[in-house]
Design a protein around this ligand. Structure first.
Ligand code: NDP
Length: 439
């Protein structure tokens, strides 16, 4: 039952999973007898804390910090930290819940967790970001560890923030250990981690298209977001001969018919930490639509003629109206780089219309999978080559796709990868929970 409006996204994620696993529960009464659902929806532990920090003028600010340790049946809690003003306990809970199944799908020994803060990194100086990260880690360090809980990045948390947090952890604990992933390549990071979520989503799209008798080359692609996931999805799309023609940030979107200038987007977002609107300073033939001018009930980024859509920004950014527009414009497939970017009505529409649909918890699992590869490298004090990690990532994405597809077929809905992903992920976690007793 939905009892708290502050947890809408969490309920949305739970309802999707519960609906999909119904046929499995009918077939195997043990999951109900063992109260697996009741146990799964209750986090093992939820931590909320105060994060006080000083800005450059000496003014003191206070933000809220969160870490949710949702389920450790398959391994240490693993999941990113999100720094964004929209973060609240409900958002972290939804992300932590999704993470359980995503991590299970990778086939690697990682449990589900998530965390973050309502801190807004936009417009902050490097020194302010550092002081915030140090304060955040001063509390978080009590709860994490390489065998307990290993956070990574997410929205607003990249290599720079991971660096500041790692530095503070090391200083407080006097231990140099793999307690965070997404670290710099100079000190414990893994090759291909930065690229992994975006590349992984495109590898997933390759599998999906191949089942539809199609290829990526020459495909026009709509991408949303211009952060870590979007940038490396676009990079891999170009490498495979496809053409991304849109991208966006929280202020607006760019449409560039001749193809997005990826070097420029990297410079604007990764180096200058600036607004996407400045893209027009270099390319006056591109179109920019400000967020205020998006259509009602939708996002302009999904309103162009294209073959494939890659939502790579945030939750519920692709509405039912957007889904209809995509179908009318001939879209063959939607592959989610972000977590839960399609509203439930949009996702149902894709499945009904037989538009190829790769849900986030399967299609974007390449990031967390590569984070686990970073943990493995840290534990063995090795660093593998880019090609070696990328090969493993490709294999993992192929296996995730085929597990989801096979499970969907087994349950009589071959085109429903949402059902396939949810059942395949749930079974791994639920069986481990049963074997570990009532805990
Ligand atoms: P980044 O912070 O690097 O980029 C996020 C992008 O989305 C930015 O372009 C940002 O715009 C935009 N954005 C963020 N919030 C909103 C909003 N409320 N409305 C519109 N646009 C928004 O994050 P990531 O690329 O890492 O994450 C993107 C998505 O992918 C998230 O859903 C995340 O949970 C998911 N994900 C990330 C993984 C990873 O490895 N990084 C792994 C798996 C999933 P602006 O620049 O204006 O803030």
């Amino acid at each position: 039952k939905r009892t708290s409006p502050a947890q809408n996204e969490f309920y949305q994620a739970v309802e999707e999973v519960l609906e999909s696993i119904e046929p499995l529960l009918e077939e195997h009464p043990k999951y109900r007898q063992q109260a697996i659902i009741e146990r799964l929806v209750e986090p093992e532990r939820q931590i909320m804390f105060r994060v006080p920090w000083q800005d450059d003028s000496g003014q003191v600010h206070v933000n809220k910090g969160y870490r949710i340790e949702f389920n450790s049946a398959l391994g240490p809690y693993k999941g990113g930290l999100r720094f964004h003003p929209s973060v609240n306990a409900g958002i972290i809970k939804f992300l932590g819940f999704e993470q359980i199944f995503k991590n299970a799908l990778t086939g690697l020994p990682i449990g589900g967790g998530k965390g973050g803060s309502n801190f807004d990194p936009k417009g902050k100086s490097d020194a302010e970001i550092m002081r915030f990260c140090q304060s955040f880690m001063t509390e978080l360090q009590r709860h994490i560890g390489p065998h307990t809980d290993v956070p990574a990045g997410d929205i607003g948390v990249g290599t720079r923030e991971i660096g500041y947090m790692f530095g503070q952890y090391k200083r407080l604990k006097n231990r140099y250990e793999g307690v965070l992933t997404g670290k710099s390549l100079r000190w414990g990071g893994s090759h291909a981690r930065k690229q992994a979520t975006g590349y992984g989503a495109v590898y997933f799209a390759q599998c999906l298209l191949s089942d539809l008798g199609e290829k990526l080359s020459d495909k026009r692609c709509l991408v949303s977001g211009s952060g870590n996931v979007a940038i490396y999805a676009m990079e891999k799309l170009y490498e495979l001969g496809a053409k991304p023609i849109t991208c966006s940030d929280s202020s607006g979107m760019i449409y560039h018919e001749s193809g997005i200038d990826l070097d420029l987007v990297k410079q604007i977002k990764e180096e200058n930490h600036d607004r996407l609107k400045t893209y027009l300073d270099t390319h006056d033939d591109a179109e920019y639509i400000a967020r205020e001018d998006y259509p009602e009930n939708g996002h302009s980024v999904w309103r162009y003629q294209a073959d494939i859509a890659f939502p790579c920004a945030t939750q519920n950014e692709l509405t039912e109206q957007d889904a209809h527009a995509l179908a009318e414009n001939g879209c063959l497939a939607v592959v989610e780089g972000a977590n839960m970017p399609s509203t439930p009505a949009a996702a149902d529409f894709f499945i009904e219309q037989k538009i190829g649909y790769g849900p986030g918890k399967a299609a974007n699992a390449g990031g967390v999978a590569t984070s686990q590869l970073e943990m493995a490298q840290n534990a063995s004090m090795q660093q593998w080559s880019f090609d070696e990690v990328d090969r493993k990532l490709q294999d993992i994405m192929k296996t995730i796709y085929s597990d989801c597809k096979r499970t969907a077929e087994q349950f009589g809905e071959p085109d429903n990868l949402v059902l396939g992903a949810n059942i395949a992920g749930f079974k791994k976690v639920a069986d481990a929970m049963i074997e570990q007793g009532v805990v």
